[in-house]
Design a binder for this molecule. Structure first.
Ligand SMILES: [Zn+2]
Length: 80
C-alpha cells in the first residue's frame, strides 16, 4: 500500500477572504472604520461589534498572524 509523504503546507486563503461575515455583521448604521483606513463609513461590524471593513479586518488579522509567527520563530531560535 502506497503512502503519500506528508509535507507541511500553508493553505491558500480562499478568494472570498478568510472571514465569513455573511451573517450578523451588517448593521443599519454606517460608521467610520476602526482601522482608520480613510474609506467610506461601513455597515459592517467585526466580531467584537466594532465598525470595520472586512478587508481591513482581514489585513489586520494577517498582520497579527505574521507577528505571532515571527515571535514564535524568534522564541524557537533563542531556545535552540
Ligand atoms: Zn477600513
Amino acid at each position: 500500500m502506497a503512502r503519500r509523504t506528508r509535507r507541511p503546507r500553508r493553505p491558500e486563503p480562499p478568494p472570498t477572504g478568510v472571514l465569513d461575515w455573511e451573517h450578523g455583521h451588517w448593521k443599519p448604521t454606517a460608521l467610520p472604520c476602526r482601522y482608520g483606513c480613510g474609506g467610506w463609513p461601513t455597515h459592517l461590524r467585526d466580531s467584537k461589534g466594532r465598525p470595520a471593513h472586512k478587508v481591513c479586518a482581514e489585513a489586520a488579522l494577517a498582520q497579527q498572524v505574521r507577528d505571532y509567527a515571527e515571535a514564535y520563530q524568534n522564541e524557537r531560535l533563542r531556545l535552540t
